[in-house]
Design a protein around this ligand. Structure first.
Ligand SMILES: Cc1cc2nc3c(=O)[nH]c(=O)nc-3n(C[C@H](O)[C@H](O)[C@H](O)COP(=O)(O)OP(=O)(O)OC[C@H]3O[C@@H](n4cnc5c(N)ncnc54)[C@H](O)[C@@H]3O)c2cc1C
Length: 419
């Protein structure tokens, strides 16, 4: 396998870029592994990487039903942030930020992490109060935050309509200056390549369609490419959690699957400096390095496993975008797509042992699972290796839903649609 370095780039440039080798092997499934991870999305791949790197467990297979990047890891709007209010979320997502900052060096792969700032717009005085509280909470947790007035917001993003006659006049905003974006598919490829180099088998086009059970314990999986046994099996299939867990006989998880859509425009000159979110509804927009406006909003409000959505959400999202940036009405929309989200009842994730012996579960990623990718893999690897949660995921259990200890960031109650 090629190692990437300035010397390799120079050598390949003069040789017409013909000598690059594949970034990871096309591994054939072996009959048994120490650990199988189901799902070759960001979370599955990062788990395999940290199992090998941090815990020295290299006899690991990642089994993916499609190709790497075909799930949400390659479909998201790439926002990375840790602007949370509740301590468990704040600690977990700040751990993720710590890993993001070093990720390109760690993986020797440019994931294009760009801490350009995430700005949440406030459209009412009440919302300013809420943001002041959230900003203070962030600072108490050691996360930088800045409460901005309208003039400061206008100076940051000159395209915003900050006039008093705007459809939703802007009062100010809360900025997390250290948050931003990363290139989503580079994250999948970078983790895959680094895990492969440590000995992990990445097996694409291999769908899990059953579990092996002995004496109440999971001992491996049935797949479209044969039976694979393992001492430990981790499930990290995001929007397909309900379907896959049903194969193991678990049909009552506190998760619903829904579609989330995203949009990208034609490329235009740099106009938005930060990631900007709309306070009177749900919309987030940033500009990619190629110049496209990348944006999204609410989920489509029905349960589905389809990777495509419907027109009412287009209308809602685009009208919110134009309320903030009226000039974007002249920009052409290039593409839209959808991904299947695993929305938990309190909007927070699940990274735990069980719910059956020999099995480990990573799920409940809602809108924010991309930014969680490094910490999720780090915590899931810790949990699998030690049969015990780390300090960062000890509250992300399934039991919390039984015990009434939900981690409900928005205070929206047990309704996945509102998180
Ligand atoms: C449109 C959109 C925008 C988003 N924007 C953001 C954002 O800006 N910031 C953010 O933090 N988060 C965002 N998210 C959420 C984030 O992308 C997801 O929460 C996260 O990617 C989920 O984890 P993953 O990468 O492991 O999922 P996935 O990439 O979906 O990985 C799961 C994998 O499991 C595989 N699989 C499923 N069933 C089986 C089976 N039976 N056998 C084998 N393999 C199987 C799937 O094929 C898939 O590749 C967004 C999501 C969407 C859809």
């Amino acid at each position: 396998m090629s190692r990437y370095s300035a010397w390799e780039i120079l050598k390949n440039a003069v040789k017409g870029n013909r000598d690059w080798t594949p970034a990871w092997r096309r591994a054939e499934p072996k009959s048994a592994y120490d650990v199988i991870i189901i799902g070759g999305g960001g979370h599955g791949l990062s788990t395999a990487y940290y199992l090998a790197k941090v815990h020295g467990i290299t006899n690991v297979a990642v089994v993916e039903k499609g190709y790497l990047g075909s799930g949400n890891v390659g479909r998201n709007t790439t926002i990375v942030r840790s602007n949370y209010r509740l301590t468990p979320n704040s600690r977990f997502y700040e751990k993720s930020m710590e890993l993001w900052r070093e990720l390109s060096h760690d993986l020797n792969y440019n994931v294009m992490f760009s801490p350009r700032g995430v700005l949440n717009l406030a459209l009412t005085p009440g919302q300013m109060d809420t943001y002041a509280e959230r900003g203070n909470q962030m600072r108490l947790m050691g996360v930088r935050s800045e409460l901005l007035d309208r003039d400061q917001v206008a100076r940051l993003n000159p395209g915003l309509d900050v006039s008093g006659s705007a459809r939703f006049p802007i009062e100010g905003g809360l900025l997390q200056p250290d948050a931003g974006n990363a290139r989503h598919d580079a994250v999948a490829w970078g983790y895959a390549r680094a895990a492969d180099q440590l000995g992990v088998d990445i097996i694409e086009n291999c769908e899990v369609n059953g579990f092996l059970k002995e004496g109440g314990r999971i001992t491996g999986v049935e797949t479209t490419r044969g039976t694979i046994r393992a001492a430990k099996t981790g499930v990290a299939v995001a929007g397909n959690t309900g379907k896959v867990m049903k194969l193991a006989g678990i049909d009552n998880l506190p998760i619903e699957s829904t579609v989330l859509q995203a949009f990208v425009s034609e490329s235009i000159k740099p106009i938005i400096k930060n990631v900007v979110t709309f306070g009177a509804g749900h919309l987030y927009v940033s500009q990619s390095d190629k110049g496209g406006l990348v944006f999204g909003g609410n989920i489509d409000y029905y349960n589905s496993y389809a990777q495509r959505g419907n027109l009412p959400v287009w209308e809602e999202v685009i009208s919110e975008l134009l309320a903030m940036f009226p000039a974007f009405a002249r920009v052409k929309l290039l593409r839209s797509w959808g991904g299947v989200m695993d929305m938990s009842m309190d909007g927070s994730p699940i990274i735990t042992t069980g719910p059956i012996d020999g099995m480990y579960l990573n799920a409940g990623w809602c809108y924010g699972g991309f930014k969680a990718t490094p910490a999720s893999g780090w915590c899931f690897a810790h949990t699998i290796a030690n049969d015990k949660a780390s300090e960062y995921n000890e509250t992300f259990t399934l039991e919390r839903f039984k015990n009434g200890q939900s981690i409900d960031e928005l205070g929206a109650g047990p309704t996945p649609w509102y998180h």
